[in-house]
Ligand binder design. Sequence first.
Ligand SMILES: [Zn+2]
Length: 389
Amino acid sequence: MKKLLIALTLCLTALTSMAGKHYTVIVSLDGFRWDYPDWYDTPALDTLAAKGITSGLIPSFPSKTFPNHYTLATGLYPDHHGIVHNTFFDKVSDSFFSLANKATKLDSHFYGGEPIWVTARQQGVKTSILYWPGSDVKVKGMLPDRFLEYDKAPRLTFEERVEGVLNELRKPEKERPQLIMAYFEQPDAHGHHFGPQSKKTRQVVMQADTLMGMIYRGIQQLPFAADVNFIVVSDHGMTWVDEGHQVPLKSRLKAEWVKSIQGNVPAMIYAREGCTDSIYQALRNIDHARVWKRGDVPAYLHYGTNPRIGDIVVCPDGGYLAQDTPVKGGGTHGFDPAEQDMHALFRAAGPDFPHATLPHFSNVDVYPLLCKLLGLTPAPNDGEVPAGL
Ligand SMILES: [Zn+2]
């Protein structure tokens, strides 16, 4: 009899969850380390943990903002979606991609793969995207149903973004998007300026938590609150780099060997014709960094098949920067994702999440997870729905 009752309850639960349409809100807090909630007061994130999933995300290499937000959206490693760094050179189009240059940042041809908002739109699921990196660029000829231009001034304040998310949910059912994504630039900026362990960063982490609390409470006030999943993620962590911790590159190389050097965690060196070996030989035994030719990057980093990656990749050890300019000291990221300081936040609660603590999982798994929550058939990707979700 007891078994029968359990079976009946399970059937009823399955039927109820099939009957109701579920909504998903996913927010990214840039540079929010996985362990900030252990260091600082984060009551809202603690509530999500108490009701749902506590875990962390392992970023993709390099643990930089643009490559990783686009990985979260597509389920592809940067090597596979093509945004291989925040700045890089594309031999095919003979052009530089740079976040600082609006024309290249909005140039569709740099963006491969299929972001979740395109997958959704193709399958008739409405989305609304507030500033997620890459969401204001046409990919496969499509934009999200609703999006905001990141470079258009004035940018919404953080409080306005919170209201923006809730207003989308308050729309009549016919117009209501099933997926809402929002991006917040903090605590990354303070993490860079003051380091992850500082009063200022603590303050901004607590402010971010307050904003998440406003969204969570707003969701609870909806008549269909029980149908809304709320996920908070980040793109990467943050670690401290001491003054004087630079690994010089240029001073070890002949100027005629080098076309350009992009970035410092990792540094990508674009070689002049026939000079890759000379650069490699000059750098291979340097201290505090690993140096690879593009094709020899270790397999676990999933990096090195895309021709946009430099001919030589210099990955500094945690706490060092690959640059000639003396380091003044500050926070940074971009390092090997195996370093736990680079791991990012993951919290989720709602009708589709059990209460559990899960081992950290790769951020390529977020796209298939979102597809599962929305009932979408995913495009080819590098991830899988994490065990237990
Ligand atoms: Zn970032």
